[in-house]
Write a protein that binds this ligand. Structure first.
Ligand SMILES: CC(C)(COP(=O)(O)OP(=O)(O)OC[C@H]1O[C@@H](n2cnc3c(N)ncnc32)[C@H](O)[C@@H]1OP(=O)(O)O)[C@@H](O)C(=O)NCCC(=O)NCCS
Length: 199
């Protein structure tokens, strides 16, 4: 039983409230996607180049303090993103990588949408919906009975609603405590300036 009230954190630690959401059958297809005037495409990366993966992961996630993949060396990262049951896709716009969608089928019949996000310049234009339509189509091609995702209070404030609108249902909350990745060197010290560093 966790005590109510505030729990202090030592300097150098951050905390977030995590919401888990799941989908137990394919969501009804959303309204047809408008033809993208900006020529968005989604490309599956087989065995992604690790530098390209890290660049995109950082471009999408650094301002939201995504750090877990930045802590991994090449061997650790390749063990995940080159795994045959992990599927990494990129959103491409004008020849540039602008979004990341990663699906993990290592624990089927449950699958996880492990990472999902756009670079800041793409947010709020329908690109998330477009990339999600691809991710859901790709996920449910597999023999799964459940797809889950989690997002935390360090992520974009619209992420939970975006997932609900995409067909996920919230089912669990958790508190995640971690070393501040800006102090460990995993991320830029000036990332997410709205969350001050406490050394
Ligand atoms: C979460 C995230 C993917 C949502 O993407 P998004 O661009 O905000 O979401 P959408 O693609 O649905 O677009 C949002 C709004 O753009 C607007 N929009 C503009 N043009 C549009 C179009 N052609 N089609 C659809 N929506 C359009 C709409 O107002 C839409 O909101 P609505 O669906 O409520 O009307 C994005 O905010 C993100 O990548 N955030 C950073 C990383 C992150 O937090 N990831 C999630 C945590 S794991």
């Amino acid at each position: 039983m966790l005590p109510d009230g505030y729990t202090g954190l030592p300097p150098g630690k951050i905390a977030a409230v995590v919401t888990y959401l799941e989908m137990r059958r394919p969501a009804p297809p959303a309204a047809p996607l408008p033809v993208s005037p900006t020529g968005l495409t989604v490309e599956r990366l087989e065995k992604p180049d690790l530098d390209r993966y890290r660049r995109l992961y950082r471009a999408v996630g650094e301002d939201w303090l995504w750090f877990s993949r930045m802590r991994l060396n090449d061997t650790g990262l390749a063990a995940i993103v080159h795994h045959p049951q992990v599927e990494v896709s990129v959103l491409r716009s004008n020849g540039e990588d602008k979004g990341l969608s990663e699906l993990d089928f290592r624990e089927t019949p449950t699958a996880e949408l492990t990472f999902f996000g756009l670079t800041a310049d793409m947010i709020g234009q329908g690109a998330g919906r477009f990339l999600m339509a691809h991710a859901l189509h790709q996920a449910w091609l597999h023999p799964i009975d459940r797809l889950f995702v989690h997002t935390c209070t360090l992520d974009h404030p619209r992420a939970v609603n975006f997932y609900i609108k995409s067909g996920f249902t919230p089912y669990k909350r958790a508190i995640e405590i971690a070393d501040d990745p800006r102090l460990t060197g995993a991320l830029r010290p000036d990332a997410a300036p709205w969350l001050p560093l406490i050394r």
